[in-house]
Design a protein around this ligand. Structure first.
Ligand SMILES: [Zn+2]
Length: 683
């Protein structure tokens, strides 16, 4: 056991000492910090002095930041260098961290202290960040049931626990049902049309099971290519049916993993929980932490988008029908025909694949171009710097003001490798914080992707989709790094409403479609030449392919989720399937077969955090498109517009209401026109 003074997680410099952190440091550090935090909280609350921001909440905020600074590298190593020892240490710490958060919002003494401070005359003199922290805390106490009578509080706690079990069960059933289906194929001609990569995957699955030939599964890397490429219509229907009946009463093995009852229990409990806290329904409860302020506002938003995009979806489907009929397809397209013919039409129209663009996007050029964009937009400079990291491939950069002062720092870890989790994400390493002596703790971010690593003598080459991913995560990173808020709880992405937090990230994606920016980020790794006009035009045109069909599909999910959490009332016939049926009549253009049980696999809302929040995807997209439209109106690289975006949105973090910030930048509330225009769906 290391002595505390030799534990690198307890001796923070400006950056975590990644070269020195060992798994055996993790649990002792978290234990020491949590123990100290609990003791200090008790001491802070046990005083005769009237509580204030300075004497109580500020020290608490500082200690919690200390905990976060130790926890961040632990969680990060679990994500990017997950050895058995790291995983064990992480798993030992996780319940302790979660418990701390739960207990914090059930601490009545602490709650009273927040209320006293909020009601004191001194609170009027606090800055917007401090006031927002207090408001958020009072809201979170309330949402954790602190105002309930003792028996109701017990019930509330039971319901929460039950809900978390049910959500886990939902996910487990879905996983088991997904894994239970397999289709062994021995005749290769049945798989005609499948791309090499999909065939190789299916052959690999077969080999792993000691079989010859190919084995198809319902995992997305297998399911998607079969639906889009397999010429065999019966095979597509078979895999489609297996997929959309997963975890339902119509699923395999006599509905052994049927989620129906679990979904009903989840919806009933969510409704009860919300009503216990004084909300009309769960959708209202969900909005308590979001930018949208009423259920009717969300419904109108979704229906408005539906009204305006449905005609485009109908036209696209009509065109697809005609195309299919002219290419030996059925006269009426079934759900298992749509992806297949859509892919044929796409091939014919654009004659272009993501792979063709790879040579134009070598990582060093893309990074350089991305940093140039930041310079043009905000007058800030990015410089390569050195730091101890967790892997030799990781690069480190500092972000500077025009006068050279450092504003923040970030790690860039771009390549897939063993022991690193999949996907792309941004994480906070250190939050910006004004110390008591007035000095500044600088923010630090991690940017993580899973691109293919460079090979001998050749840089890593990205597809355009991957470039979008990198810009997206960098957008989150800039939100974290460019914050001007000095209090960690509402600095950067902290405290930002769920449906607004994707604004800076999606905003960055827009730039990847501009000719000028493409010239910075896209240069052939051998010839140094930018994309020629033909390739560029194809790339642009492919952006909006079937935009209408995709839009109404997302709206179907979002409306179903939102109405379900508003209207569910099985005793009155408002069942899950009845509501789904209505939503489909409202917005869908493709007929779903009667056996489709899509809700039984909708884990975003039944197992994840998107309950009554799936609309956030579209909501944030509207914000980012509308914000970007101002750049179009005033000149893409207009420095005044860039400065104002920096000042009004990026620097403000969660210290002010998201709508207020948007209005400060745009001069009005968001409108959906810009999004429709981006998608080629403007009237
Ligand atoms: Zn994101």
């Amino acid at each position: 056991m290391t002595a505390p003074e030799n534990n690198p997680l307890l001796a923070p410099g400006p950056l975590p000492a990644f070269h020195a952190i060992k798994p055996e440091h993790m649990e002792p550090a978290i234990d020491a910090l949590l123990g100290g935090l609990k003791k200090a909280t008790a001491r802070l609350l046990d005083t005769n002095q009237p509580p204030s921001w300075e004497n109580t909440l500020r020290p608490l905020e500082d200690m919690e930041d200390r905990l976060n600074r130790a926890w961040s590298p632990v969680g990060h190593l679990h994500n990017v260098a997950d050895t058995e020892a790291v995983r064990a240490a992480y798993n030992a710490c996780l319940p302790k961290i979660t418990n701390y958060a739960t207990e914090r919002y059930q601490n009545e003494l602490l709650h009273r202290t927040y209320r006293e401070i909020a009601g004191s005359p001194a609170s009027m003199k606090l800055g917007p960040a401090e006031r927002k922290i207090i408001d958020n805390a009072l809201r979170d106490f309330r949402l954790s049931g602190i105002d309930l009578s003792p028996p109701d509080r017990v019930r509330f706690k039971e319901m929460k626990q039950r809900l978390s079990q049910l959500q886990t069960r939902f996910e487990e059933n879905l996983l088991d049902a997904t894994q239970a289906w397999k289709r062994h194929v021995t005749d290769e001609s049945q798989l005609d049309g499948l791309p090499e990569t999909a065939l190789a995957l299916a052959a690999q699955t077969a080999a792993r099971e000691g079989k010859t030939g190919w084995v198809l599964t319902l995992d997305l890397p297998c399911y998607r290519p079969v639906m889009a490429y397999a010429h065999d219509r019966l095979l597509r229907r078979e895999i489609y049916e297996a997929y959309v009946t997963r975890a339902s009463e119509l699923g395999l093995h006599d509905g052994r993993w049927d989620n129906s009852a679990i979904m009903d229990d989840i919806l009933r409990l969510r409704g009860e929980m919300a009503r216990l806290l004084g909300f009309k329904n769960f959708a209202e409860y969900s909005l308590a932490t979001k930018m949208a302020h009423s259920t009717s506002q969300v419904l109108e938003f979704l229906l408005d988008l539906a009204r305006r995009s449905k005609p485009y979806a109908e036209r696209e489907l009509e065109e697809l029908r005609a195309f299919a009929a002219g290419h030996g397809g059925p006269s009426s397209l079934a759900a298992w025909d749509v992806p297949y013919y859509a892919e044929r039409l796409r091939e014919q129209r654009f004659n272009f694949s993501q792979e063709e663009l790879r040579p134009y996007f070598p990582v060093p050029v893309v990074l350089q171009g991305m940093f140039k964009l930041v310079e043009r937009l905000y007058g800030l400079h990015v410089k390569a710097a050195s730091a101890e990291t967790w892997h030799p491939d990781v690069r480190f950069f500092t972000l500077h003001e025009a006068d050279g002062a450092v504003r923040g720092m970030f790690y860039v870890d771009l390549y897939a490798r063993p022991l690193k989790r999949g996907g792309a994400w941004m994480d906070e390493c250190v939050s910006r914080r004004r110390r008591e002596d007035g000095s500044l703790q600088l923010p630090v971010a991690y940017l993580n992707c899973n691109f293919s690593p460079p090979v001998e003598g050749r840089p890593s080459l990205l597809t355009h989709d991957e470039v979008l991913t990198l810009f997206h995560e960098f957008g989150h990173g800039l939100h974290h790094l460019l914050t001007a808020v000095d209090r960690p709880s509402v600095a950067g992405i902290n405290g930002v409403a769920w449906d607004a937090v994707e604004l800076p990230s999606q905003f960055m994606e827009n730039w990847c479609w501009e000719r000028e920016v493409l010239d910075w980020i896209g240069r052939h790794h051998q010839t140094g030449k930018p994309l020629d006009d033909t390739l560029y035009q194809r790339l642009r045109a492919s952006r909006n392919f079937h935009a209408g069909l995709q839009m109404v599909r997302q709206l179907e999910f979002a409306l179903f989720d939102f109405r379900l959490h508003t209207e569910y009332e099985p005793a009155q016939g408002r069942t899950t399937l009845a509501i789904l049926e209505e939503v489909r009549r409202q917005v869908a253009v493709i007929d779903a077969p009667a056996f489709n049980r899509f809700p039984h696999g909708f884990s975003h809302i039944f197992a994840g955090g998107y309950a009554a929040g799936y609309y956030s995807y579209k909501w944030a997209e509207v914000l980012s498109a509308d914000a970007y439209a101002r750049f179009r109106e005033e000149g893409l690289f207009n420095p005044v517009t860039g400065r104002q975006f920096l000042n009004a949105i990026l620097e403000q973090g969660g210290a002010r209401d998201a709508m207020e910030l948007f209005v400060a930048f745009r001069g009005r509330e968001p409108r959906i026109d810009a999004l429709l225009l981006e998608y080629g769906m403007a009237a």
